[in-house]
Ligand binder design. Structure first.
Ligand SMILES: Cc1ncc(COP(=O)(O)O)c(C=O)c1O
Length: 332
């Protein structure tokens, strides 16, 4: 697939994010003046760039009709895309799992994504990369859809306000169970997020920052868009993918950091009891980054303040995000 010719900017002209760029949760940024918090945003669809107003897809795309498609949320910091290779590997795994033939190579996808960021003149932000099944008829059979569509949206966002990183989040367990792998495997990052949306609604109704989702066995799976970690006596534990947790990229970075800092790490089933009795708890996700949890179902976690181990992991994570990644602009 052809992408537009790369424009390598020697001196990137950086847009200040608009006032709407930081909202809570910001990936649901208000629709005006810009849904993505970028002035004159450019959105990539199948090799061309469009303004926000002109970025449209068919009502017959099965991504819309059936949530049939896949996506990634990716961050870039300080002019570098963080863990791009891992995001593309997971996207390709999702595609393979749902028998979606990717319309471009990983190299072409990398170039399209970097060019989309350049076109939006940002050095820090978030990318939503979608591949829809494409245009079909009203029947759900994907065989009708001959051409998957690639959409790349670049946004200037942060998920939570900075004071929440200092104070920590409140979470509630929701009644909505995480999809069982036998029904719809949570390891596929698909466009069908209604399971998570239902859980998010419960968090909103309970006036909480996030919803904790259990699996059918009653063990902790994850939150609506984040992986969950507990710290107990210096050991750092997160549920395994078999519990219904996404193989989160920030989750694996948190594990790398924890190991580097000399902590014991473990992927094991945990229950709500383990969260209530943890010394510390935190969430990881590309959009949310690494953020402490201080209250679950009305119970204070530890002393009700973000814990010291979480703080060390966040500090190292911030260093890594600023110092590593795929360069977006020509480097001198
Ligand atoms: C359901 C779910 N769990 C966990 C995560 C965190 O994964 P990552 O760290 O790769 O963003 C996400 C976000 O992508 C998600 O949507």
């Amino acid at each position: 697939m052809k992408t537009t010719d790369a424009v390598v900017l020697d001196e990137p002209k950086i847009h200040e994010p608009t006032a709407d760029a930081v909202v809570e949760p910001a990936i649901e940024a208000r629709a005006t003046p810009s849904a993505v918090g970028v002035k004159d945003a450019k959105i990539y669809i199948d090799g061309k760039f469009y303004s926000e107003a002109d970025a449209k897809i068919s009502v017959f795309d099965h991504g819309l009709l059936y949530g049939d498609g896949i996506f990634e949320g990716i961050r870039f910091y300080n002019g570098r895309v963080f863990r791009l290779g891992e995001h593309l590997d997971r996207l390709w795994d999702s595609a393979r799992s749902i028998c979606l033939e990717m319309p471009m190579t990983k190299e072409e996808m990398t170039e399209a994504l970097l060019e989309a960021i350049r076109q939006n003149h940002l050095r820090d932000g978030y990318v939503r990369l979608l591949v829809t099944r494409g245009i079909g008829n009203l029947g759900l059979n994907p065989m009708q859809c001959k051409w998957p569509s690639v959409i790349i949206i670049v946004a200037a966002i942060t998920l939570y306000r900075e004071n929440l990183y200092r104070k920590g989040l409140t979470i509630v367990t929701c009644a909505t169970r995480r999809c069982s792998p036998g029904a719809l495997n949570p390891a596929v990052k698909s466009l069908n997020y209604l399971n998570n949306v239902m859980a998010r609604l419960e968090a909103n109704l309970a006036d909480a920052d996030e919803a904790l989702m259990l699996n059918d066995a009653g063990n902790v799976a994850e939150c609506t868009a984040d992986n969950v970690f507990v710290v107990k006596r210096g050991q750092i534990v997160t549920p395994p993918v078999t519990a219904g947790a996404l193989r989160g990229i920030t989750r694996s970075v948190a594990f790398e950091i924890a190991t580097e800092l000399g902590f014991k790490t473990l992927k094991a089933d945990i229950t709500r009891h383990d969260i209530y009795t943890a010394d510390e708890c935190f969430l990881t996700g590309t959009a949310a980054e690494i953020i402490p949890v201080v209250k679950a179902d009305g119970r204070l976690i530890g002393n009700g303040k973000p814990g010291p181990i979480t703080a060390r992991i966040i500090t190292r994570f911030r260093e890594m995000t600023r110092e590593t990644g795929t360069p977006i602009f020509a480097e001198h």
